[in-house]
Design a protein around this ligand. Structure first.
Ligand code: ZN
Length: 89
């Protein structure tokens, strides 16, 4: 079984199959770890506070600050994860 990265359908793959049965997208192998980190990145993006046009300047300022702090925090966390994964042992 192989999940299509484009349409998300599960293909019962046969030997030498290189395209999705459902949408025709060419398969490229994506590891489970990569898929997980992609999903995590998507979730992280959703956590951002959306700034409305009706917000007052003070609210906009705090939302910007929160989003910035969160971004920095995520960057540090992903650096640590990378460092632990890349480091010896
Ligand atoms: Zn597909």
């Amino acid at each position: 079984m192989l999940k299509c990265s484009h349409c998300g359908e599960w293909n019962t793959t046969t030997e030498n199959q290189s395209h999705c049965n459902y949408c025709g997208t060419e398969f490229f192998t994506i590891s489970a770890a990569e898929e997980q980190s992609l999903a995590r990145r998507k979730t992280a993006g959703d956590l951002k506070i959306k700034i409305q046009e009706s917000d007052s300047p003070v609210v906009v300022f705090f939302k910007h600050t929160f989003n910035f702090v969160q971004m920095v925090f995520l960057a540090i966390v992903s650096f640590i994860v990378w460092f632990v994964a890349a480091g010896p042992g």
